[in-house]
Design a protein around this ligand. Sequence first.
Ligand SMILES: Cc1cc2nc3c(=O)[nH]c(=O)nc-3n(C[C@H](O)[C@H](O)[C@H](O)COP(=O)(O)O)c2cc1C
Length: 458
Amino acid sequence: MSKPLKQIHLAAHFPGVNNTTVWSDPQAGSHVEFASFAHLARTAERAKFDFLFLAEGLRLREQNGLIYDLDVVGRPDTFAVLAALAAVTDRLGLAGTINSTFNEPYEVARQFASLDHLSAGRAAWNVVTSWDAFTGENFRRGGFLTPDQRYERARTFLETAWELFDSWHGDEIVADRESGVFLGDPEAGAFEHHDAHFDISGRFNVPRSPQGRPVIFQAGDSDEGREFAAAGADAIFSRYGTLAEGQAFYADVKGRLARHGRSRDHLVILPAATFVLGDTDAEAHELAHEIRLKQVSGQSAIKFLEQLWNRDLSAHDPDGPLPAIDPDPGENTVARGRASVRMYRDPIATARQWRELAEAKQLSSRELIIEVTGRQTFVGAPETVATSINDLVQADASDGFILVPHITPGGLDAFADTVVPLLQERGVFRTEYEGSTLRDHLGLPEVPAAPRAAKVAS
Ligand SMILES: Cc1cc2nc3c(=O)[nH]c(=O)nc-3n(C[C@H](O)[C@H](O)[C@H](O)COP(=O)(O)O)c2cc1C
């Protein structure tokens, strides 16, 4: 008997600051106005997507001391946006990225429990440790915690938040209206937690929410990050959207679950993916190239080069060859808050590879940057894109995708209208929501109320 087809999970990423959005397109809208968020959320819900996703960026990124050119759009607060979206959607999950490095568990647990109530069980928390000290300077602790200490804080932060979520059991609010007698548990919400990072006790003041605990996402990629996900996350936002890389990541993370006593089905793996649709494959490929040219202007290409070279290259000609000089291998002082900087672990070796590639393919600096950064994941006619997505999911390269449109907020419309019906026809994507909570959509088990005796933990 052949294996039953896996059901695909799909989500919509509202792009904050990024290198994907084509700002120059006349259809591009605001990244701050609520109408944009509402448009993307409604499209995602119309298409029966699992959830809408917001990343987190807590500081405007800089390059050579100036705001990085794609950052000026700003990024409104996650909880305010998701709470407002809860009011204009009914079933769509609402996932927010909130770091565990600069916040406090009581505050974050209250916010997510509140969002879960307001949305009737649709909240998800993407727990990130955040990239760098630069972001931390915004907070009272300054740079705070070195990267190697951040996962330890994340682990105990999440455990503490769970204790808070579990401090109510769901049966407390049983006051007898007629007699006016409160029949509930007088211990409701009591918690106590003491460890190296948190020394807190008190009463949690938000009753148990519809999902008990929000769905937990994780997005780090190191061994520690993967272990953190395997131990406690319900889903992973990954960067591996291709067959070979996706399968390797999927096998690695799913393989860690047994050690934590968890089932393989209880961790959903969702890479970020971009897409370009056309009436034919050829038209889509042509369009994809035009989009890449808009995503990487000559000026943006120089900015990308400076991030690797760690030097001022403002006088460099983007239409000429790569800089002949090697990158400055010292601490990166040109770019601050840019995730890509951390990805170039050996800048001199990367520059050498880039030069070899540029020479082999006769590429200018700008063309080389177009080649090595952010190529679209799915390009083709709707039929081709539906097939690629389904093939990757059935081959265990992922359980679905978090789609990042290049036009905000209308960039998902065509996908919803053309690709989703094809996936539905093939029986691999829902035609209606079956449950009402995000846990239902993702096929995750319910979180039972904690037994009363286990309520207070150290
Ligand atoms: C796909 C992906 C998305 C991420 N999104 C965010 C984000 O939105 N905000 C943030 O502060 N950090 C984000 N991170 C950073 C992680 O939280 C983490 O700090 C970083 O990856 C370093 O951990 P690692 O060494 O385990 O990868 C993301 C990481 C990955 C891999």
